[in-house]
Design a protein around this ligand. Sequence first.
Ligand SMILES: Cc1cc2nc3c(=O)[nH]c(=O)nc-3n(C[C@H](O)[C@H](O)[C@H](O)COP(=O)(O)O)c2cc1C
Length: 318
Amino acid sequence: MPLPWPEDTLPVMLAPMQGLTNRGIRDVFANTVRPDVVFTEFVRVKPRSKRLITQADLVEACTPSADVPLVVQVIGSAEDGVVEATRELVARGVQHINVNMGCPFGRMTSVLAGGGMFKHPETIEPMLAQLRALVPGSLSVKTRLGIEDPRKIFEVLPAFESAGVDFMIIHSRTVKQKYTGGADHDLTRELVETSALPVIANGDVCDEGRAAQVMAHTNAAGLMLGRGAISDPRLFERIRGKAPARPSGQARRCELAAHLFEVLRAYEGLFCGDAQVLSKFRQLLVHVPDPELGRWIKGLKKKKRATEVLNALAADLA
Ligand SMILES: Cc1cc2nc3c(=O)[nH]c(=O)nc-3n(C[C@H](O)[C@H](O)[C@H](O)COP(=O)(O)O)c2cc1C
């Protein structure tokens, strides 16, 4: 099946992040730093509801950004109706599907969805095989190392391969770890060596130096950037050698202000009213942990109206 990136290239992708990677921010990334591939936030399958996918999720899944391939992530088990939900997405034109097998939070781990899939690995292959039969573009999985045992991934790998998955993304932590400790890229490397599939490395890549190290160490087929891309959107360009190292002081603030200005304008077009727009915007600011810019960010968070934030950001650009 065609991969969502050109053959013989090492893609750098924007990770799926719930609450963050909506179509507004995906557009901003696509129009500025152009990740090679972007992902939706997970599309949650709603079992036993009249509509398996909410209208809001359908709009998100069916709105690609200019010229950057979109992969739609689904979360849910076959029992929940993930196959039917995917059929609906495909009928609406979705090409590339990714299955979330790593989410460590809430309900996802108590049923056979997200990281919970590891509890019953025998369900993985049949579900993926059904998805394979109906997905026209690439079928991929995004997973972690296991629930507690970081070597569990090696037991489920054959299920991915025999179901006809095209590539996998590994966030090299266990589900139990959530975001604590560090991503174990020794295990990423072992997975790359063991797997017949292209493996995309993910976890704790926050600057171009680390990106080069992880690629050299693991020999992965590409990289996925999450929090690092939110706090430094130009990281894609730095990794490609198209932008200098992350600046500090006023230059850093100016770079970030330009990005945040575009995101906020996109949010004004997507969400209703200042309260919703600013709540989404603040969610983004949480992921810009920059001590040097702490006061500035705190000031942005406190503003009560979107126009006040836009004016403050514009002043940084002047
Ligand atoms: C706020 C937030 C939301 C996330 N939502 C998702 C999601 O919807 N689907 C998913 O597969 N991973 C999700 N993740 C995990 C990221 O895609 C990524 O695997 C993880 O953050 C590690 O990469 P990083 O160190 O580059 O951030 C989320 C992470 C964060 C911080």
